[in-house]
Design a protein around this ligand. Structure first.
Ligand SMILES: Nc1ncnc2c1ncn2[C@@H]1O[C@H](COP(=O)(O)OP(=O)(O)OP(=O)(O)O)[C@@H](O)[C@H]1O
Length: 293
């Protein structure tokens, strides 16, 4: 029995974007030996993306995207609307299957993992925070229930352990203690993002994917959520990919950066370098337009 009221349908699937890390500009190791599931070596990439191409019928989603995300790194992905950020994140989240290319999570080629193992990998290995909280949370279900759902999805059954773990992450995201059993529908936008963050981290995933996590929030709420994400990332050491159109968000969180345009990566590198000395004309335009606004 669940310690929280859960709706009868299955846990929601997630959608995400792409990565950037703090290491030097990516030096992919396409032949890196795969790690054992759940036991990657300390310096093996948490996430490896190689030659990723997605076509939606005749429309190109992304083309030839590649990067490594090392343990503890934070990769940012920026680009105009339609540049392919969400498509890349969707492949990392196992929501989308690439037309060609490879996505490896903790050394495992995600294309060959199917059925129950794939669902388990998605819930145990990947945490997701989306801009639209209703895409990840069930609003009629309590905050605690939404968080507990991911523990149940990975086979945890002990009422006491689930309750304790949910209470722990709930505290970590600084939500009011008395609201854990309240429906998420009664929560503000900022509180819903905190529930999403708690839900995403409850299984201690290898990678946290964030798709515009603060877009649409008030500036002060946005700042507090970004502080929380930064603190939790440092505290847990989770590798992270964040998609944002806001270069200030990327500058604050990302060690490395990919700049995408029309489905392709046009520039990548350490965030400070890319933003202070952009080399591609499109990056220069992006940086100068945000400086002016
Ligand atoms: N389900 C789909 N069916 C057809 N085309 C799609 C689909 N999803 C995305 N596309 C197309 O793929 C390209 C990349 O879209 P994507 O959503 O990945 O870009 P994005 O950079 O995330 O944009 P945004 O910032 O607006 O979310 C666009 O041309 C888009 O129209």
């Amino acid at each position: 029995m669940s310690p929280f009221p859960l709706a009868p349908d299955q846990p929601r699937a997630a959608r995400v974007g792409e990565t950037a890390g703090k290491a030097p500009v990516s030096t992919p190791t396409a032949t890196a030996a795969p790690s054992l599931p759940g036991a990657p070596s300390a310096d093996a990439p948490t996430l490896e993306v190689r030659d990723l191409t997605v076509r939606y019928g005749g429309t190109l989603g992304c083309a030839d995207v590649g990067f490594d995300l090392l343990p503890g790194e934070v990769l940012g992905i920026v680009g105009e609307s339609g540049s392919g950020k969400s498509t890349v994140l969707g492949c990392c989240a196992l929501d989308l299957s690439p037309t060609s290319g490879v996505v490896r999570l903790s050394g495992q080629d995600t294309a060959v993992i199917t059925g129950a193992r794939r669902r388990r990998l998605r819930y145990a290995g990947i945490g997701i925070v989306r801009q639209a909280s209703h895409e990840e949370l069930r609003l009629a279900v309590s905050a605690g229930g939404n968080i507990a759902e991911r523990l149940l999805a990975t086979g945890q059954r002990s009422f006491d352990e689930i309750r304790d773990r949910v209470a722990e992450v709930y505290r970590e995201v600084e939500l009011p203690a008395g609201r854990m059993d309240a429906a998420v529908a009664t929560f503000s936008g900022g509180m819903r993002q905190r529930v999403q963050i708690a839900r995403a981290l409850v299984n201690e995933p290898a990678v946290l994917l964030l798709d515009e996590p603060t877009t649409g929030l008030d500036v002060s709420v946005q700042a507090r959520i970004l502080d929380l994400i930064r603190r939790l990332q440092r505290q847990t050491g989770v590798a992270m990919v964040i998609v944002s159109h806001d270069l200030a968000v990327i500058r604050m969180l990302a060690d490395r950066l990919l700049v995408m345009r029309a489905g392709r990566v046009v520039e990548s590198g350490v965030t400070d370098r890319v933003l202070s000395d952009p080399r591609h004309p499109y990056t220069q335009l992006l940086v100068s337009s945000q400086l002016e606004s």
